[in-house]
Design a protein around this ligand. Sequence first.
Ligand SMILES: [Zn+2]
Length: 265
Amino acid sequence: MSLPQYEVFALRYGTRDARSSSHFLGGDPHDVPMPMDYFVWVARSPDKTFVIDTGFTQEDATQRKRTFLHCPIDMLSELDLKADAVSDVILTHLHYDHAGNFGKLPNATFHLQDREMEFATGRAMGYRKMAHSFDVDDVVGVVRANFAGRVQFHDGEAELAPGLTVHRLGGHTPGMQCVRVNTARGVVVLASDTSHFYENFMNYRPYVTVVDQAAMLDGYRTLRRLADSLDHIVPGHDPLVMKKYPAMSKATEGLVIRLDGAPKN
Ligand SMILES: [Zn+2]
């Protein structure tokens, strides 16, 4: 039986200016402008829709000086997806820019790696350097969702539906997972923060926020193994993604793009 093919969308909900030296472990001698985009993703087959990450909130944006373009949950309406109809959300990890906006998805089950929950509720959060990228209210929100029976935990690789699997790669956080999804152009891997930029996995240059450098480097190799080609890997924060892939429609230019068609070169 052939696998279902998913439509895959990236929704760009935020952005910020930055320099390349702030992104790479050990800095960057070129130190050029290197902005960062913020996305959530949607994978949709005829049978099943997955929302992948839930983005940050306006309050987070103000606090952390990010540019908030749109509420990522409101943006789902561009795909005719109602927030209360979302049944499955994959949280690639629990950093503030991936796991906010809980209350806006009242009927969702959240798919999360065991190790991410352990990390985000464990001793590491006593260290400012580790806790910095988490928002305690998001973490408490996941604890509450778990008490309500709304968290489905995974330990490593798991098939969530035919044609869609998650894979724990660690590195950035211990429970960091990517999403592998079958599409009309082959198997696409949504890297999320297993590779923030193309530059990370293309040239094995670790991102600056890292708990396990060796795992992060291994992750770049695993991304290559999981995807049908380098062009099938979609990094989690790279503005180049917006240039490479076509907008879903004229009206969504700069906001919603399709990843299940071939990228422009
Ligand atoms: Zn992150």
